[in-house]
Design a protein around this ligand. Structure first.
Ligand code: NAP
Length: 434
């Protein structure tokens, strides 16, 4: 029998569990730990609330979760409630699938001003992540600046731009929906330090911006390279750039309430303000060997809200080697140390789609299989239960999550799949009801 602990119940965690079941069938026991009492990580708190079809992938994880050989152990923080070394003593393999939940810092003056946020906290706010539910961003100014040219920047722009009706069918949390209803933001500027050919935005997500009810995207045609140069792009990128060309060719946004402006070759230099963000100072750039180089020309954009969508970092865990430069655990193709592994964003950084984590999960299980053979008689589940008991760690099981899930579905406003609990204590209240 092999005993596997997976830390993190997002896509990377559940795909790893699925792979372990395929590999060993009845001869494995998998425990999936999570800090939160609810599973599915980024599917619940990262994927945009109006992208319900993407969130549907959690049904696949549910199939894995319902296997008798897999357990969910929620509301337990590894590195705090239980040390990593303790987990290693109990399980043949510990696989860290903790994602990259922290914002990469811009390193700019003014970054700490009120109403300047990283996307982890801003997205966590509108998605009801308990750590960010109280963020309370002020949406009382005319202009928001979004920094970065990736899909998260698009998510944030779209959520800020949508009308209340366009949130129908989404599971955006009530506090965000009502704040957005009162929002005064009428101009959203998306800053890209490089050009249209260097965007990290996928075609479907970019196309969505062109279909919003009260907002219209605008690209300065002068920023676009000669159309013939698009031929050298890969097909997906060509399609994305095609959307930018459509936005550039469209009539100015006269009959829309909100303008979404793409500002390319624009690198933020500082956030200015006294009590909160008031302006972003930007330097014009040009491309040299694919890199953004400052031209010395600067200008300011008035902005009451700044959201930096420039990527994420993995949280450190005491005693686990970490690569500070890369922002994830130090590893060799997923191996950190004997018996200790990482997978997904915790292994390779925040890249790729949700599906990318599946081959990643299968690959790490192959390595674990090479290393642990038939297992070495470790205590596994009963050992963990004894330790948790002795320490008063009361964990949440998958059946408990099912109760939370049912209560969230029952609490849903009309047209929404659920109203999420945004406080851990409210989740625990549901679990302890009977
Ligand atoms: P990302 O795709 O890595 O994009 C980050 C952007 O930030 C890039 O445009 C980058 O520009 C820019 N940037 C980085 N550091 C900067 C700095 N100091 N100043 C200015 N700009 C800076 O990251 P992401 O948008 O956070 O997305 C993370 C992953 O999740 C991606 O794989 C993404 O596709 C995925 N995702 C997918 C969806 C979806 O499929 N619907 C939704 C959300 C996220 P450079 O290129 O110049 O470095």
């Amino acid at each position: 029998m092999r005993h596997i602990a997976i830390v993190g119940s997002g896509p990377a965690g559940y795909y790893t569990a699925e792979a372990a079941l395929k590999q060993w069938s009845e001869d494995v026991r998998v425990d999936i730990f999570d800090t939160l009492p609810v599973p599915f990580g980024l599917i619940r708190t990262g994927v945009a609330p109006d992208h319900q079809s993407i969130k549907g992938v959690s049904r696949r994880y549910e199939t894995t979760a319902l296997s008798e050989n897999v357990r969910f152990v929620g509301n337990v923080t590894i590195g705090k409630d239980i040390a990593i070394a303790e987990l290693q003593d109990l399980y043949d393999a510990v696989v860290l699938a903790t994602g990259a939940p922290n914002d990469k810092k811009m390193g700019l003056p003014g970054e700490e001003l009120p109403n300047v946020f990283g996307s982890a906290s801003f997205v966590g706010w509108y998605n009801g992540h308990p750590h960010f539910a109280k963020l309370d961003p002020a949406l009382s100014h005319d202009t928001a600046v979004i920094i970065g040219n990736g899909n998260v920047a698009l998510d944030v722009a779209r959520i800020l731009a949508k009308s209340q009706e366009e949130f129908e069918g989404s599971d955006i949390v009530a506090h965000a929906l009502s704040a957005l209803d009162a929002s005064q933001i009428r101009r959203i500027v998306i800053l890209g330090r490089r050009g249209p050919h260097q965007i990290a935005m996928t075609p479907k997500e970019l196309g969505e911006l062109g279909k919003l009810a009260r907002a219209c995207p605008h690209v300065d045609a002068g920023d676009l390279p000669d159309e013939a140069e698009d031929a050298a792009l890969d097909p997906g990128q060509r399609k994305s750039v095609g959307h930018l060309r459509t936005f550039a060719a469209a009539e100015p946004c006269a009959d829309h309430d909100i303008a979404i402006e793409f500002d390319f070759f624009a690198s933020p230099k500082a956030i200015l303000g006294t009590e909160r963000a008031e302006e972003v100072e930007v330097e014009r750039t040009r491309l040299e060997d694919g890199k953004a180089v400052g031209t010395g020309e600067t200008y300011r954009i008035p902005a009451g809200l700044v959201v930096a969508c420039i990527g994420y970092q993995t949280s450190k865990i005491p005693d686990v080697p970490y690569d500070d430069k890369a922002g994830h655990f130090a590893n060799q193709e997923g191996r950190i140390a004997p018996g200790l592994y990482c997978v997904g964003w915790a292994r390779r950084g925040p890249t790729g789609t949700i599906g990318t984590n599946r081959p990643d999960g299968f690959a790490i299980v192959e390595k674990v299989a090479e290393d642990i053979g038939e297992g070495s008689g470790k205590a596994g589940r009963p050992g963990f239960d004894a330790l948790a008991d002795s320490r008063g760690v009361d964990y949440v099981k998958f059946t408990d999550w099912q109760k939370i899930n049912e209560a969230e579905i029952a609490n849903a406003r009309e047209g929404s799949p659920r109203e999420k609990f945004v406080a851990v204590e409210h989740m625990i209240d549901v679990v302890s009801k009977d």
